[in-house]
Design a protein around this ligand. Sequence first.
Ligand code: SAM
Length: 407
Amino acid sequence: MPHIKIKKIDTVTLEKICEVCDVVKFVAKPLSGDDMLYGVKHKGEEFLVQLKRAVDSDMLKYDKVSRPLKVDLIKEVLAKLSGEMDLEILTSNISLSTTKPPLSSKYFKKIEDFASKELVFDKISSGKLSFDEVSIEVGFGSGRHLLYQATKNPNILYIGLEIHTPSTQQVLKQIGLQGLTNIWIVNYDARLFLEMLPSNLCSQIFVHFPVPWDKKPQRRVISPSFVDESLRVLAPDGRLELRTDSHNYFWYSMETIFALPNADVSIVKNSRLAITSKYEERWRKQDKDIYEVHLTSHIVSEQVDREIDFSFAECGYRDGLQDDIPYSAIVEEEFFIHFERVYSVGDDGLLIKCAFGSFDRPEHKYILIECETTRYYPSIPVETVVNYKAHKKIMEYLKCQQCQPIL
Ligand SMILES: C[S@@+](CC[C@H](N)C(=O)[O-])C[C@H]1O[C@@H](n2cnc3c(N)ncnc32)[C@H](O)[C@@H]1O
């Protein structure tokens, strides 16, 4: 990840950086410690650049929580800072790539694109996007199955979800090379993503060879809430298809499904698909059994109209606010909040690094409190019910006006 190691410069110069560089909008200093954060805005994107201090050098580097998807933006800002502040660079890895990053493809969708429903799903339901059906593949890996399905069914829109960024980049490249126009790639956790979809949207949800997570079952894709959400998102007669080589995962999934009050389930052992993924090839060579489970939906689910609002009402900075912020994690039944680090921003502002939301899928954000306004930085959390419940609790700690109750 981009960084530059620079000859040590004095604190006064570093604090005055906003006056020299117009991309820097604020400087945040921790209440304890001597590293700093610079809030930058470059080409319409907001993110933080971190200054790490050592005895004989300083380092300017990206910040993990706020980093933009396009790495070149961070490199450009580091180059700008070093040029405009006349920094003496000791080592650097910020040479700009000349090739177009695949994540700039129009088939790459950000999670925020789905928050604004009219952007995506209204187009599908109003026929502005000419697809008959929508299918989802969770954890597509090398993408063999996803690409094969999309080629075979040009009338179906495939939404592929994958948390491993290099895999998403590779598949985006393949989409371009193969000239496919019916795949959207989302680099996001599928378990959270389903919650953002309208009910009765999909004809199929593929989960092929999910990581078994035998030692950390809470990280598994299949869970009671994932099965519930899948049934809500599936159209009547739509189905969830699980393929696994793991005996444990198969039985765990069966138990999860049979905990439902009704379930139409079928199981096929050692069936072959027209396309074999890399994982499946490996297991076949080892003569492992492959289990395929189909769960078919027969219900028309109600639409969930969640009025989720992550604004902080009229909340702004007040004297002594930093002393009211608890530093140990707050654990409630469904969610937690951990105010990890507090930075001061000028004389009347704070930047709080915060983790919150569900225990196995936490959000990591900053909260930027300025004189009269407070907001999540650089962007609002994903619109899930658990995140909203955590947000309401955060507002209580910041003593903001109560927001609307969730429906
Ligand atoms: C064992 S690989 C299987 C890949 C592919 N389906 C196949 O059959 O070759 C599991 C994939 O799921 C992805 N994955 C794991 N958890 C995920 C989640 N919660 N959301 C989206 N992708 C996930 C992993 O990054 C990995 O690429």
